[in-house]
Design a protein around this ligand. Sequence first.
Ligand code: ZN
Ligand code: ZN
Length: 295
Amino acid sequence: MADGGPVEHGFPHLDTVRSALTALYRRLSYDTVHAFATSVVPADVAFSDQDDLHLGVQRVARELVRHFRLPDARVIVSFREMTHAANVELAAGPEYFIELNDRFRTHRRDIGAALAHEVMHVYLHRLDLTCPDTWDNEVLTDTATTYLGAGWLLLDAFREDDVSSQKLGYLTPEEFGYVLAKRADAFGEDPSIWFTSPQAYTAYTKGRAMAQRDAQQPPLTAAGWAGRRRYAKDRRYSQEHGTPYPPSGPYIFDGRSPLRVSFTCPTCQQRIRIPVRGRVRARCGLCRTVLECDT
Ligand SMILES: [Zn+2]
Ligand SMILES: [Zn+2]
């Protein structure tokens, strides 16, 4: 896990994050994803300066192993001087060795966040769900950690004041907020009560606004007036010319009779294709979200 450097903001990895959500639903199935209805709570990973360092770190690691349902995995955590925040050795198991940067010895509040990311590497490794590209693989790991209930710790580790800033993980704070908001929608959860960092909370609200935008694109009925007007224009163009249209944007029309429209499921981000015939209630086959559409 990377550490240090200026904090990047915004949504530069959003496409990769969205693909990661789809990959997660595909590999785990709806039922397994929804087995993670409860997030890690602050008490699970609380770690005070009075606690024994090595016993404490093993306790937090065990808690995360339990959260991610890795019953036979044994995680052994050690500290050493390193440039990265943390690292895990992905071997055959059942023992996995995680190294934490020495600074966590005296910076215990974020140990849960660092371990959540590393334990997720173990989880994805065992599922054989990885990306060939190293960076994309880290984005997948942060996205999965967050969607499955431990990533709010990573976002909460983002703190800034006049003289310093710190952040863990590969997503920007706003991207963590985006995935967290997707989780909140899917599981009926309010993560905002857990934040101790005001900067994390602000990033969450920005990510949530972006997540809400996904659910307000036509043909979804929640789309705004301007979007609906553009949609009707594009539909007319496609009907008249019989070609897939428009070339880019949140939806595309294709197929002459009947005309069909493809768009992205706001929950799992997979593409959905339905006939154009007015008000339609579609159900996403992957994440089972019911989508109210006006096609
Ligand atoms: Zn990593
Ligand atoms: Zn879906």
